[in-house]
Design a protein around this ligand. Structure first.
Ligand SMILES: Nc1nc2c(c(=O)[nH]1)N[C@H]1C(S)=C(S)[C@@H](COP(=O)(O)OP(=O)(O)OC[C@H]3O[C@@H](n4cnc5c(N)ncnc54)[C@H](O)[C@@H]3O)O[C@H]1N2
Ligand code: MOO
Length: 413
């Protein structure tokens, strides 16, 4: 069977991020603390004008600029304006008001002289530097005005966005509901870390990489445990996950062609329409993707290969953009590749797009110089952990020499 190109698989997956029918992705209102990292589902409009009044940008004295156009000029101190405690009166000719950063500019005043440029004796203040109208004053509405659109829908909320919303008196935000992702691991050999695995067993690790990437992309992740290599149990596990209404079910392992690789037939038997099964990717050839044929909600099922590096690369390339797209983030149509320079000669590639674990060994005109790590076994997590990035080679690329351009994919978002 011909292997599907990676770009086509990605395009199909992203097309499946669109809801079936008219139902839009659900949203919810959360308070600002809960909104960090979430995707904004409705624009944020300022609920107040900020600053709410003309305020001082410095500690000093508020006055009429004409009263200190020529210096030295001595004015009579008539009061104080502090942040949150405005001066109740008016600055008349020949008078000044002590003022602090953030405090409201008193009526009548149109300039600030900073305190370092003054001398004070009792209630007399001498300005030693000339005042300029408007100097050191932050105008009302200089930051934003009531009704102004401060944040657009479809953006991921960063700490500074939350601070902006807070400063605009917006206490809750409407955000996309987190996609609910279920992880189903398969394999008789799998044992949880710390549970005393024998030499013939393998420690469950993929949930941490795949689940971690999913969480970082904004998903709520549930680990549904390990299914044995048994057809009835595999189907039952898949059925239960499908019935639980997750948005995405991610299986790992059992994806290949061996006698114990039961995931594809079990998915099909449970009504999943597998539109992707095996792609031209290394590592990650036995990738599967499909949706429940009858499910209007559109549970998506992504079957990842069991090899830990393959599972991680597939999660990075396919699961992360799917989770992002579901929440309404703009996701690039193709792979988000970046330019780099080869730091070693490399061989011609075969039919599969190759994602090699690679290290950065220098810089060339601002671009990283990258070299594949010597071992590319898709079971080796130590190599994946040591890699700085993935060196991406298109199918059938010819041999290339050190110094030639190449494409890379960052490993973490
Ligand atoms: N005859 C063929 N054999 C294989 C092919 C092929 O085309 N023909 N493809 C190979 C490729 S490529 C890959 S990738 C693997 C993927 O196989 P499976 O998805 O069926 O994975 P398993 O056999 O279940 O496991 C592979 C390996 O990974 C370990 N594993 C599985 N799950 C986990 C987990 N959750 N955490 C940690 N490690 C896990 C498992 O113990 C195995 O060692 O197939 C090749 N074979
Ligand atoms: O495609 Mo497999 O993932 O090479 O090890």
């Amino acid at each position: 069977m011909a292997l599907m190109p990676v770009e086509e698989a990605l395009a199909r997956l992203l097309a499946a991020a669109q809801p079936r029918g008219d139902a839009p992705w659900p949203t919810e209102r959360v308070d600002l603390w809960e909104a960090a990292g979430r995707v904004l589902a409705a624009p944020v409009l300022a609920r107040r004008t900020t600053p709410g009044a003309d305020v001082s940008a410095m500690d000093g004295y508020a006055l009429r600029a004409v009263d200190a156009a020529e210096v030295p000029a001595t004015l009579r101190l008539i009061g104080e304006s502090a942040a949150g405690r405005p001066f109740p009166g008016r600055v008349e000719p020949g008078t000044t008001v002590r003022i602090f950063t953030g405090a409201v500019l008193p009526e009548g005043a149109d300039a600030i002289v900073i305190q370092e440029d003054t001398r004070r004796e009792g209630d007399l203040v001498t300005m030693v530097e000339a005042a300029t109208a408007g100097r050191h004053i932050r105008r009302a509405g200089g930051d934003f005005a009531t009704g102004e659109v401060l944040l657009a829908a479809g953006q991921r909320l960063r700490p500074r966005d939350l601070a902006l919303a807070a400063s605009a008196d917006v206490a809750e935000l409407r955000v996309a509901r987190r996609p609910r992702v279920a992880l189903l691991s398969t394999g008789d050999e799998l044992v949880r870390p710390g549970a005393g695995a024998g030499a013939h067993q393998v420690i469950l690790s993929n949930v941490y990489s795949v689940g971690g990437l999913a969480r970082a992309a904004g998903a709520e992740v549930t680990d549904l445990g390990i299914l044995p290599d048994d057809r009835t149990a595999t189907e039952a596990g898949i059925r239960a996950a499908l019935d639980a209404g997750f948005d995405i079910i991610v299986t790992t392992g059992g994806a290949s062609v061996g006698d114990h690789d039961l995931v594809a037939p079990s998915l099909v038997a449970q009504g999943v329409d597998l539109e992707i099964h095996k792609i031209a990717l290394r590592p990650g050839k036995p990738l599967m993707f499909g949706r429940l044929a009858c499910d209007a909600g559109g549970t998506r099922v992504l079957g990842l290969p069991g090899n830990p590096v393959s599972a991680h690369v597939c999660a990075l390339v396919f699961l992360v953009p799917l989770i992002r797209a579901l929440q309404g983030l703009a996701v690039p149509a193709g792979l988000p590749l970046q330019p780099a320079v080869l730091g070693a000669d490399i061989k011609a590639n075969d039919l599969r797009m190759d994602f090699q674990r690679a290290e950065i060994i220098g810089r060339d005109n601002g671009l990283p110089i990258v070299r594949p790590l010597p071992v590319q076994d898709s079971s080796m997590l130590s190599v994946l952990a040591r890699a700085d990035l993935l060196l991406v080679r298109a199918p059938q690329s010819p041999a290339a020499r050190a110094g030639e351009p190449c494409a890379i994919l960052p490993l973490e978002d």
